[in-house]
Design a protein around this ligand. Structure first.
Ligand code: FDA
Length: 400
């Protein structure tokens, strides 16, 4: 049996950050991962440029059953700490939009940085290894560490950190291993579902919306619980995507409608004042993509409202209200989501009530830690999820 102070399962963003911090404290750290290539998700992230954090990280940008849980870790290792690390390595970066920070070159810069830090701190990383069995070594009911069976070897460690991520993108190595391990140790795992994911269409919407593939426009997307995102909506061959849709998908439950504000309330009233003789369709085509306007006129909600195309000044208040209801709160009931195949994140996971918000250690299993996406913590699109991986990994790294 080979003995280590700390074994980290998963060499993703959270696992490597934790390993680096623990090794910097003089701990002997082994990281195990089954992936052929380290940092696969980081490499794919941000369209290949890794949106590694955000200037505006705040706890309200995270979905978690206990919304207070994330506060401590995000404050102790903030976006400014990670930006400091990126700058220490001379990695050029830029703000794209809404505080989102991307590498100027490629995401490989972030992987190289993490591997360089790991090497300098003395972390041992083994990739392409299968983890077959994990057991708690109890001596007279006292937790005496863990044993980990991996590719024919048995390792022993005092502290075990689970950083195996969520279920998104199985082709990049995602597995339910972390959830199974939590359950093995009696910890509650909250139901999981795909987040930051495109919507598919109901059969009745396909005829009018599929031909819009490629059309993109700024909207405000809102969910039934009142959450709103002002970003772009993109129509695709498969359904609805774009940042507004990815963001709101994390707040969507099956069967609910999403409302899209295509034009702000009051826009039509202003149009009537400014262009009383312009026909509705012409006016709309000046405000929205032409293909979308044509599709709107074909849709059932438009036909049910019985709105004819005529000069704006001829509309009576009842018709104006009906038009506004469509253009300022256009309701679409998605058929579903594209699921884990294309989702950026997994909602749900290890219940944070089971964990210390300061150290990420399981309250009922001493020396067992969960960090990163395997936990029930999911951030918005825009660098929030990597920041959670850095922050939670850093916190565990101070104590393991
Ligand atoms: P992560 O998934 O990174 O790492 C888990 C590791 O565990 C992997 O290396 C995996 O191989 C390993 N593993 C899993 N099961 C195992 C098993 N059974 N045995 C051994 N090893 C196992 N976020 C963001 O903030 N900005 C962005 O730009 C993007 N972009 C983005 C694009 C795409 C395509 C995806 C899928 C996701 C993003 N994200 C993102 C989300 C972000 O990638 C994610 O939240 C973090 O990578 C989570 O870090 P973790 O370390 O927790 O898990």
């Amino acid at each position: 049996m080979k003995s280590w102070d700390v074994i980290v399962l998963g060499a993703g963003a959270a696992g490597l950050m934790c390993a680096i911090e623990a090794a910097k404290r003089g701990r002997r750290v082994l990281v195990l991962d089954h992936a052929k290539r380290l940092g696969g998700k980081i490499l794919m992230s941000g369209g290949g440029r890794c949106n590694f954090t955000n200037y505006y990280i705040e706890p309200t940008a995270y979905l978690c059953q206990n919304p207070h849980f994330v506060k401590s870790a995000l404050a102790r290792y903030s976006q400014w700490d990670f930006i400091g690390l990126v700058e220490k390595h001379g990695i050029p970066y830029h703000e794209k939009t809404l505080g989102q920070l991307f590498c100027d070159n490629t995401a490989q810069d972030i992987i190289d940085m993490l591997l360089k830090e790991s090497k300098a701190a003395g972390v041992t990383i083994k990739s392409r290894v299968a983890i077959t069995k994990v057991e708690c070594l109890a001596d007279d009911e006292i937790n005496d560490g863990f044993s980990v069976n991996s590719s024919g070897e048995t390792y022993h460690c005092q502290a075990l950190v689970v950083a195996t991520g969520g279920l998104s993108m199985p082709k990049l190595g995602a597995t339910p291993f972390g959830y199974q391990l939590a359950e093995q140790f009696g910890l509650e795992v909250l139901p999981t579902r795909a987040g930051l994911v495109p919507f598919t269409l109901q059969p009745e919407d396909k005829a009018t919306l599929e031909p819009l593939a490629g059309v993109s426009l700024p909207v405000v997307a809102s969910s039934v619980d009142g959450t709103r995102f002002s970003e772009n909506l993109l129509f695709t061959h498969r359904g609805l995507s774009g940042p507004a849709v990815l963001q709101i998908s994390s707040y969507w439950q099956a069967g609910e409608a999403i409302h899209f504000e295509l034009l702000p309330a009051g826009a039509l009233a202003q149009g009537i004042n400014e262009h009383p003789n312009q026909e509705l369709k012409t006016w709309l085509t000046h405000q929205l993509p032409k293909r979308l306007v044509e599709a709107l006129f074909l849709r059932t909600e438009w036909q049910q409202a019985n709105i004819a195309n005529k000069p704006l000044k001829q509309y009576v208040p009842k018709e104006i209200a009906a038009i506004e209801a469509i253009i300022s709160a256009w309701a679409i009931k998605p058929g579903g989501t594209e699921g884990y195949r294309t989702a950026e994140v997994t909602l749900g996971g290890v219940n944070t009530d089971e964990l210390s918000s300061k150290t990420m250690m399981a309250k009922r299993v001493p020396n067992l830690y969960f960090i990163g996406e395997v936990m029930d913590v999911t951030g918005w699109l825009g660098g929030y999820n990597f920041q959670w991986a850095w922050s939670s990994g850093w916190c565990a790294g101070q104590v393991v």
